[in-house]
Each structure stands twice: as structure tokens, then as C-alpha cells.
Design a protein around this ligand. Structure first.
Ligand SMILES: NC(=O)CC[C@H](N)C(=O)O
Length: 310
């Protein structure tokens, strides 16, 4: 039972998993991410109603990167409903790296295969309702504020700018999709919003709460308010299982078995069904872009506390 887990046990598990940080590298294709300390590993596990355990420097901030894909999918589904969203993005895993362009050309009609890869997330970001980038970003942040109870959360300008200046591959994905009518409007405006949403800054505690709300069928842990409809949280968790860890999702399902989403900042958000959220930060990444030590830590937690959903 994860209820028996305390800070001391968790700290020992973090120290053990930390040894694996040396087998990875920090992402530097977004130059600002390259400044992270590769030896860092921290985790917060939120069990509802302010009950949590933690280890490492859980107040250290990092950017959501691909974890934002789960949040914007929730916003788009609440804005438009399933039929519209899935007319512009698919539901199938790709088995390719997260930034791959390959399947956009070979898949007919040319819509991205799922919302957890960059192409799919760009298509979903393109659906967010709002008059301006600021309004759209404000709506994404509002949902995050409500889920975490932390209204201070905003985006890191430096990381957003660093990505916008170097996002050549994401620009290509957008132009390709624009050619095929999947992306509409100005590509630069879309990239501006996308890089800002990826640069939303949180700490492990916030991330654990985001994961918790999805695990808790969309309800706020303190007020019990339904923030995200139940059927949408099911969609989010399913994508987290099938595509959340990029092209490691299958292996991760076997070894860990928890709906999870990772980001190239080295973050992982997990939603253990029926009420546990986990937020991890460990910027040393494996060759698929997942936190090496974070995955080891999850493997240990899952087997020790029987957390696999399978
Ligand atoms: N895997 C990720 O976290 C990718 C997010 C990053 N902002 C990108 O588009 O490349």
C-alpha cells in the first residue's frame, strides 16, 4: 500500500535511483534546457487533501515541455468535444520519436497520429479558443491554476524564447500540416503559443497535483469540484498509457504500468488511478528523451507498492 510510504523510504529510493543519472544526458536542442544539473532527482507523491510525501529538492522549478500536451488536450476537448478534436488528430501510437515528421507523409489522411507527439500537440494547440495568444495561454494557465491550487504558476520567458528561436523542426511540422489543412492560421503565432505552453514552470509538488486531478477523475482534491469531465480524464489517461513516454511507452507499460507523461526537461507526471499523483524531475535523459533516473525510480515504486494498472 502506497499509504505506508514515507519521506524516509522515498529518500532512500531516490538515492538509489540517482545512481542512474550518469547514464543519460540533459537535452540541449532547446539551449536553455542544457543548463540543468544532470545529477538532480526529486519526486513528490500527492495522495489527496494535502497529504503528500517527497524527496529531493521538490521546490526546484522546471518547465512542463511535453507534459503540457496532456493539459492542452483537456482544454481542446472541453472547448470542442471529441468528434471535432479527433477529426484533426488521431488516437494511435507511432513508435517513432516525439518530433518525427515521417508518419505525417505516409499516413493518409495526413493528420498527426496522436496528441502526445509534437505534430499532434501542435494541431491541438491550434484548436485552443481565444482572441489572442495571451488569452489562449491564459486559459491553459487557468486550468493549471485550478488543478494545482497554485495561481502563481506562469511560463518561463527565457525557455520559451530559447525554443522559439531554435524550433526549426516544429516549424516544418506546422508548415507540412498547414499544407494539408490540419493547421490553420499563422504558423509563427501557433509556435509562439506552443513554446510558451511548453515553458510553463512548475515544481514537483505542482506536477504531482496535476497528475492527481487526472487520477482523481477530474476532481479538485480540496474542493471536490469537477474541473475536467470524467470521460475526458479517461481519454487523457489512455493516451498517457499508449503514447505518454514517447517510443518507450510499451516497455514502460510493462515495467511500470502507470499512466504517465514525460517532458524533455526531465519531468514525468503520473496518474495512479483513483487518487495518487506523482511529479518527478530528473533532467538526465535516455536516448528516447525520458528521465533515466525518474524511470528507475518509478520502476521501484511500482513493484514495491503494486501500482501497475495491468
Ligand atoms: N518531448 C518534449 O518534451 C518536447 C517538447 C519540446 N518543447 C519540443 O517541442 O521539442
Amino acid at each position: 500500500m502506497i499509504d505506508f510510504l514515507d519521506d524516509e523510504i522515498l529518500n532512500d529510493m531516490v538515492l538509489e535511483a540517482k545512481k542512474y543519472t550518469k547514464y543519460g544526458v540533459v537535452a540541449d536542442y532547446i539551449p536553455a534546457l542544457g543548463e540543468a544539473n544532470p545529477e538532480t532527482l526529486s519526486i513528490a507523491i500527492y495522495r489527496g487533501n494535502k497529504n503528500y510525501v517527497a524527496a529531493g529538492n521538490i521546490r526546484e522549478k522546471f518547465t512542463l515541455q511535453s507534459i503540457s500536451k496532456v493539459i492542452i488536450l483537456a482544454v481542446a476537448l472541453m472547448d470542442h468535444g471529441e468528434e471535432y478534436v479527433f477529426s484533426r488528430v488521431g488516437m494511435e501510437p507511432t513508435g517513432d520519436p516525439f518530433n518525427s515528421i515521417a508518419k505525417l507523409e505516409t499516413n493518409i489522411p495526413s493528420k498527426p497520429l496522436n496528441p502526445m507527439i509534437n505534430a499532434g500537440a501542435l494541431a491541438v494547440t491550434n484548436m485552443i479558443i481565444g482572441e489572442s495568444t495571451a488569452e489562449k495561454l491564459g486559459r491553459i494557465l487557468s486550468l493549471i491554476h485550478e488543478m494545482t491550487g497554485n495561481t502563481e504558476i506562469t511560463y518561463c520567458e527565457r525557455v520559451a524564447k530559447s525554443e522559439l528561436e531554435t524550433a526549426f523542426l516544429n516549424r516544418s511540422l506546422c508548415y507540412f500540416m498547414k499544407q494539408h489543412g490540419v493547421v490553420r492560421g499563422e504558423v509563427e503565432e501557433l509556435l509562439d503559443l506552443y513554446t510558451k505552453q511548453c515553458a510553463i514552470e512548475v515544481d514537483c509538488y505542482d506536477l504531482a497535483k496535476l497528475g492527481y486531478v487526472i487520477a482523481n477523475e477530474g476532481k479538485n482534491p480540496v474542493t471536490d469540484r469537477q474541473i475536467i469531465p470524467l470521460h475526458i480524464t479517461r481519454i487523457l489517461k489512455t493516451f498517457m498509457v499508449t503514447c505518454g513516454m514517447y517510443n518507450s511507452s510499451g516497455e514502460f507499460a510493462i515495467k511500470v504500468g502507470i499512466p504517465s507523461k514525460s517532458g524533455v526537461s526531465g519531468s514525468i507526471m503520473c496518474s495512479v488511478p483513483h487518487g495518487v499523483g506523482i511529479g518527478i524531475y530528473g533532467p538526465s535523459l535516455d536516448d528516447r528523451g525520458n528521465s533515466v533516473a525518474g524511470m528507475k525510480l518509478l520502476e521501484g515504486l511500482s513493484s514495491r507498492y503494486n501500482l501497475s494498472i495491468f
